[in-house]
Design a protein around this ligand. Sequence first.
Ligand code: ACO
Length: 434
Amino acid sequence: MQLSDKKATLSFSDGSAPIEFPVYKGTVGPDVIDIRKLYGQTDMFTYDPGFLSTAACESGITYIDGDKGELLYRGYPIDQLAQSCDFLDICYLILNGELPDGNQKQEFDSLVTNHTMVHEQLRIFLQGFRRDAHPMAVLTGLVGALSAFYHDSTDITNPHHRHVSAIRLIAKMPTLVAMAYKHSQGQPFIYPKNDLSYTGNFLRMMFATPCEDYKVNEVVERALDRIFILHADHEQNASTSTVRLCGSSGTNPFAAIAAGVACLWGPAHGGANEACLQMLEELQANGGIEKVGEFMEKVKDKNSGVRLMGFGHRVYKNYDPRAKLMQETCKEVLAALGLENDPLFKLAMELERIALEDPYFVQRKLYPNVDFYSGIVQRAIGIPTSLFTAIFALARTVGWIAQWNEMLSDPDYKIGRPRQLYTGQQSREVPSKR
Ligand code: ACO
């Protein structure tokens, strides 16, 4: 961290002496006021529910400029990465800080490919879930269960163990997601195939059956790979912060990532793509484009409790750059699959058009986020809506594990322990006769 020349002074209205705090500069983005000594010096905490103004860590992985609509992985803009890299390049970059050269890529791809199988007993564990269980319920359980199978990579103080568990998690997530899907369908599980790409292998595990050969469609493979790239990391969002907080207690990586999966499930976070597609399907069933205006009135009415899913973001207050790329992919996939006239895509475009002109959305700086189009792409590929968030979890695993590793490698790391403003009862006696 680089100390700034600037200092911050906190003064009080009751005449107590003002206190000075150091200010640190980031490479880009807002500076931070270091308030670590605040409590010791003033007996006061800061109050910031939802972390609207609080940096909880120092990180060098991902940077978002919400006003510019910019997203960088290790300094590289997301649009450039999405045009010229595959998902495993991105995994290498996020984990190691640099893009791989030819040899590094070969080595890394082969390492991941050779860890895609899961312990055979995990299949027995999977049988315990109801067929109609939500895939995120199954995935949370399966990822947590990995810690019961891979004891040889759970020493978090050992960098080699941390590396092995990172590779295991990245490699096994597609297998687990496909297993959860096959279980829900009552179909036999398809084992990984090493001569396919990471994403091609996932598509085969999802959609092949033992009855016939499966040929990976290149457009679909590229589209899904892009979905993975766009979701790989996103700074200190709710699930990443959950992984950090959970991991800060020293728990094993599989348990920490399972906590991230659980957090991602919520509709305000990873569950938004599922909620967005459900919203589009409902709107289509209730009158389609004709009823868009009426629906938008409900969205703007605070009492209706209806939100335009796939719109708005805590950080992006300009267009989400991932949404632009996703819209492009959406057009490509629909054209390749002969679905150019897909009514949900038309509906989404119309909603976006209206929202971008409507003062309600303009004033609040609400723009489409990545989830607005990713659901349409996944649906066209044949991925069921209930699996969307699991796909997101698969892609985000690399970000979670890199952030967890970064935290543990920091010599200053401490267990996370937020404070509170207590407004409950003061100490009182339990009545003697109850
Ligand atoms: N539809 C309608 N109004 C909205 C929406 C929306 N999607 N999002 C925000 N608003 C309004 C709020 O009602 C509020 O209005 P007000 O100032 O008049 O009270 C204002 O915009 C600010 O909204 P907040 O909820 O305070 O903003 P916050 O930063 O806390 O929320 C969030 C961000 C949760 C993403 C929100 O925009 C939302 O619920 N969007 C829909 C769900 C969604 O798409 N989530 C995906 C996020 S991206 C991801 O996880 C990959």
